[in-house]
Design a protein around this ligand. Sequence first.
Ligand SMILES: Cc1cc2nc3c(=O)[nH]c(=O)nc-3n(C[C@H](O)[C@H](O)[C@H](O)COP(=O)(O)OP(=O)(O)OC[C@H]3O[C@@H](n4cnc5c(N)ncnc54)[C@H](O)[C@@H]3O)c2cc1C
Length: 505
Amino acid sequence: MAKKTNNRQKVIIVGGGLAGLTAALELAELGYDITLYESANHLGGKAASLKDNTVYDGDLKPVKNTIANRVQSDHGYHIFPLWYVNMRQLWQRIGLTADEVFEGGEYYGLQRGPAYQFTTPQPRNDRELFSLLDLVTREDDEVDDLTFRGFLYSRIYNDLDSVSLNQLFLNALSIPEYDISSRVVRNLFRQWMPVIKEKNWAGLKGPLGEVLIDKIHAAVVAAAKASGGAFTLKTGHTLQRIALDGDRPALTFSKLKNPVKAGDTPVILAIPPEVLRAMQTDELYTAEPAISKLNYLRSNQFGALDIYFKSKLPKIPIDHFDLVDSRFNLSAFDISQHWPVFTEKKKFDGTVLQFVAGSCKDLAGLSEQAFTRAMINEIVHYIPAATAKGIAYIVPHTNATQPLFVNDVGTWDYRPEPRGNIFFFAGDYVRNDTDVASMEGAVRSGMNVAEAVRTAHTPKTRPVQILEPLGYTKAQLAVMRRTKVIPGRVKIFLEYRLKELFDDL
Ligand SMILES: Cc1cc2nc3c(=O)[nH]c(=O)nc-3n(C[C@H](O)[C@H](O)[C@H](O)COP(=O)(O)OP(=O)(O)OC[C@H]3O[C@@H](n4cnc5c(N)ncnc54)[C@H](O)[C@@H]3O)c2cc1C
């Protein structure tokens, strides 16, 4: 019997993180016939929530059948700044309600010591905030090859002691300023500055998997149905090898006996850079140079931990907070003040904090227990209740196998465009206007890749509605530079140097 055929445009997507899922949603709306392969048994990637976690008690002994085993646990808490325009548009499209979102306004620092002392970090002087104004008005060639710290120290009006911007802003993003490219920080603040005085970030009231990822998945299925397209999800399918069949890909997946030959079907690779570059072969080196360039990119472990404290801790703010000057660059968010399972269903009486470790390179290769012990040993200096007696349960996520792309200085040139020679690329590391590795970057990249596929394969369909980043026009930046930055530099320089001169006299 002849096989049924249809005229729908097909697409293969590999990777069901935010980037792959967003691409699927856009293409489903355009009527594509989508097959999405995902190695895990769930969707969401680094924005997923995990089930069946190993849960430990305060003595680091594994325990079962507790509330912590039943509540889904995020890879780490995620915050959504106000400038996440495409993510917030996506929330509306998938029907996320205002009740499911906590709009945060503050950002606190918890000081080391027994007193649970929370402070709001303040810039130590005007020069620091002025540095940001100076940075956002810079051209590409002035910031491309400089770390953010390099930029700050190269300012004639700054001195080495004055720079505490890392503490002020970048810890909130868990990005150390000695790593990050000043171009990325410039792009970040071009988007952030217009809304910085407003309530400028949000958290979700519930596990990311339930509140965000499941809803995007449902929206993809509904969109495919509505447009006459199709969506086939193959979880547990790991892409293991990419070969070429002529000049078209042949993809070997775990679970499938034969490689999937793509033929004319476009293939979107929405998997992390470290996974993709490990598939490099001699034939791909010349056929798809974007893959070998990934060797210039770096990813770091970004560990996390949930702690269920036996009792309510004093003074914990409703907003997220940084553990000031902590080893591992720790920050935390109190989900027991936000998630309905705790606030409405009252399934647990104590405080439940999610911690993220923005910098835990020296924990690489450690077992889950050793990782957990190292984290607790640091946390107890800030939260005295973090002892065997005070802790009911711990849910660790070393995230060792899912490191996060680091926006290092000089990496822009090596990041792929959405459209390569053979493949389409998506992910937080793929070039996009958001620039910084983040959920907005992943979502925007998913939209960009869908638009690239659409333009190449179904140009008569409607374009993908990608929102421009918040920010300033070139003309506004030029005016800002002439009227604020240049006079400000002169003023700060004179005040600062004259004071130094008088101090010396
Ligand atoms: C602890 C932590 C906290 C974070 N906090 C924030 C935050 O507060 N705000 C923010 O904006 N961002 C945050 N991020 C970053 C954000 O989660 C990521 O930038 C974003 O989720 C990346 O999405 P992605 O689709 O590009 O990649 P991924 O999420 O990595 O998706 C890739 C997908 O590909 C799958 N895959 C991998 N290999 C294969 C293979 N061989 N075959 C098939 N499938 C494969 C993976 O399972 C995964 O589902 C955080 C990240 C971490 C780890």
